[in-house]
Design a protein around this ligand. Sequence first.
Ligand code: C5P
Length: 235
Amino acid sequence: MNNQNPIIAALDVPDAARALALAEQLAPAVGAFKIGKELFVAEGPDIVRRVRDTGASVFLDLKFHDIPNTVAKAVASAARLDVQMLTVHASGGTQMLRAAQAAADEAANTPLILGVTVLTSMDKSDLEELGIQKNPADQVQHLATLATAAGLKGLVCSPMEIAPLRKILPDDIQLITPGIRPAGTDTGDQKRIMTPAEAIEAGASWLVIGRPICAAKNPRAGAEAILESLAGLAK
Ligand code: C5P
């Protein structure tokens, strides 16, 4: 999976019919599709197979967090579905992260395992409630270092975290960021946003984009306009 086209369209819809219609329409204009909990819980692994059958790459965003053996088995199952990326919570700890990466490495088609650091919905007081005294930015760096030391080659982070993480991480670590809004579009509930071009210039490898594409009147045109805005930018 290469990121010649770094747009990952989030198929945030509740059923297979809508997901497949969107995937068919968007396939030529995006680099991959993200399948998250809403769609996966409704439709099961079959929706992953059906999107893969269109030839598209799939990012399975189920954010695994469990004991190492269970996460390893879940990663192996996801790899058998031939997904190209999947998420685990970095806060599952080194043993869990190593088990996840080992299961991916053993698979016939190794997916990129992405560590989720601190959910962007959490602020300092949410961390304090969990007994974590660091501020979110420092906790993100702490968990990013932990995850990459455990062998992960990718992380999910907010656009604001890309530049600080690029300073401390090896160059080959892939950074995937949501919170992307093309200039002049509705921000919805995303607060700390960047435009696609700003995020790529800051060092993002991939952009997860949901509503600006999928809720557009013409999703294909929305994706093409974003791709056009990235023309000529270094990745
Ligand atoms: O519609 P929007 O572009 O905001 O969608 C972004 C996608 O990325 C959604 O699937 C959302 O769940 C996901 N996401 C996010 N923020 C995170 C992690 C994931 O918006 N921190």
